[in-house]
Design a protein around this ligand. Structure first.
Ligand code: NAP
Length: 213
């Protein structure tokens, strides 16, 4: 499958690209700046595009999208609106327009319950949740993965996955590498039993955890 990775230069995105190739897919990496190419797995095809501009050309020839872009913690609510909400919604529209039927979203825990998050994060959670709702209503074949806090620790390949994870202790997080692995493995579990689920580090190998959903 040829998979467009939106946010390919990000901390999760850079890990998604090589895992796609390991698993027999082709990655098309959407980056904002040509110079970011050197950060990427050289096997990836690269397309320069920005979610805040016209980026429809990026989807041409693709079979699926993994959306892992994000406005990041160092920007204001204006970018949350432009990237996390509107950018994601535009990507869903462009997928439909270009006949890309499969769309996998890196969402976030609390996207469905922004009021449960700390006040300064609620706008972000609401934007992620609105994009998720838009995807669910799109008619596309979708998977929405909601990780808890992301870490830079090396991946373990083991996770907990559930529609709602009961133990939401603040001490629990998940390495970005494991999120990347979940996104790529979700491509082959078609369809997953649950299309919207949460993930944290755990004791179950990614494949088994997804099969059990
Ligand atoms: P990251 O390292 O900040 O990467 C985000 C990527 O999005 C960057 O490559 C950035 O491009 C790209 N981006 C930003 N604005 C864009 C635009 N206008 N057009 C195109 N691309 C744009 O984030 P991460 O750590 O990989 O996180 C990945 C995902 O996990 C995000 O969707 C985030 O919301 C979600 N998430 C994060 C947490 C957490 O604890 N941080 C928890 C749950 C979910 P540049 O490289 O050019 O800046």
């Amino acid at each position: 499958m040829k998979v467009l990775v939106i946010g390919a230069n990000g901390n999760v995105g850079r890990k998604v690209v090589p895992i796609l190739h390991e698993c027999g897919h082709e990655a098309k990496a959407m980056i904002r700046d040509e110079t970011q190419k050197e950060n990427l797995d050289p096997r990836a095809e690269v397309v320069v595009a920005d979610l805040e501009k016209d980026f429809g050309h990026a989807l041409e020839g693709c079979d699926a999208v993994i959306f892992t872009a994000g406005s990041g913690a160092h920007t204001g609510p204006d970018k949350t609106e432009l990237v996390d909400r509107r950018g994601a919604m535009k990507a869903i529209d462009e997928a439909k327009k270009h006949g890309v039927h499969k769309f996998l979203m890196v969402s976030s825990m609390n996207a469905d319950t922004p009021e449960n998050g700390p006040e300064h994060m609620r706008h972000y959670y609401k934007a992620k949740g609105d994009a998720d709702d838009y995807l669910r209503a799109s008619g596309l074949d979708y998977t929405i993965v909601r990780p808890g806090r992301l870490s830079h620790a090396p991946g373990t390949g083991k996770i907990e996955a559930a529609v709602k994870i009961a133990d939401r202790s603040r001490k629990r997080d998940i390495p970005r590498e494991d999120v990347a692995r979940v996104m790529v493995h979700a491509l082959k579990h078609d369809p997953l039993g649950e299309r919207v689920f949460e993930i944290l580090s755990g004791d179950t190998p990614v494949d088994k955890a997804l099969e059990a959903l």
